[in-house]
Ligand binder design. Structure first.
Ligand code: OOG
Ligand code: MG
Length: 254
């Protein structure tokens, strides 16, 4: 394969747009971590050129459950656009390749993250916390990837749904989390599984921003990373994710 980063970005963007899986990039083309983030940025540029708007960022592999399910053990970050927001009409299965759903906690930034932050000052950066659902859909065959592959593929980002916002001071550790599909609890966990406290995910995000010379603008949504494994979607599924005092987020698959 031609190692033009723009060509790889186009391949991944087309795979998402056409809901057709591709082979892992790393099987034929060695790419560095920096190149994977460059490909991610180029693929997002293609979306922005079509009129999509950036809405936020997502952190990935911030819990053991996710690392073990996918066999990737490093924290990653990806980008969210308005086109990924799941509307009240639910999820159209045929728009995806093999979509999965996972419960998430979302933050809304009131201050740009462009330098290192710590657990002591992280609250200065947010003005809201909410329960959320993320839909992930790897563009690679069999949902299999290396660290570099998944970063280039915008960390499998496909959709997200955010519940009502709560104040920044709302406690976000020790929250029981359950993913309920068609009335059955298919995953359960606790927000502490996200790096001990989901707020630490923002500290990790700040390290990533410094390392990759990027910043997260004020007003952005940031998903902290799932506390449980993700579950494949089927036509007709009724999805609920419950998060104790943060409430419940629901959607359905058409
Ligand atoms: C990659 C995305 C990881 C999370 O919450 O850990 C992620 C994947 O699992 O395909 O979104
Ligand atoms: Mg996620």
């Amino acid at each position: 394969m031609n190692k033009s980063l723009a060509n790889i970005a186009e391949l991944l963007d087309n795979a998402a747009a056409q809901a057709t899986a591709i082979d892992q990039i790393s099987k034929t083309t060695p790419i560095s971590l920096q190149e994977s983030y460059d490909i991610q940025a180029l693929s997002i540029d293609r979306r922005l050129a079509r009129g999509e708007q950036m809405t936020g960022y997502k952190m990935g592999f911030t819990s053991k459950a996710k690392m073990e399910q996918m066999g990737v053990h490093d924290v990653i970050w990806g980008r969210l656009t308005d086109q990924m927001a799941i509307g009240s009409d639910g999820i159209t299965l045929s728009n995806g390749i093999h979509p999965r759903i996972e419960p998430e906690i979302a933050f809304r930034l009131k201050k740009k993250i462009d330098s290192l932050i710590s657990e002591d000052n992280v609250l200065e950066y947010i003005d809201g916390i909410a329960a959320a659902i993320e839909m992930i859909d790897s563009r690679y065959k069999n949902f299999k990837f290396s660290l570099e592959d998944v970063i280039a593929d915008n960390c499998s980002s496909s959709g997200y749904l955010i519940g009502p916002w709560h104040s920044a001071e709302t406690q976000c550790n020790h929250i029981p989390i359950a993913l309920i599909i068609n009335g059955q609890t298919v995953q359960s966990g606790n927000s502490d599984a996200i790096l001990g406290n989901p707020l630490v995910s923002l500290v990790e995000a700040s390290k990533m921003m410094v390392k990759y010379q990027h910043s997260i603008p004020a007003g952005s949504i940031v998903l902290a990373g799932a506390a449980t494994s993700a579950v494949f979607l089927k036509a007709g599924d009724k999805i609920q994710a419950t998060f104790g005092h943060l409430g419940t987020v629901s959607t359905h698959v058409k």
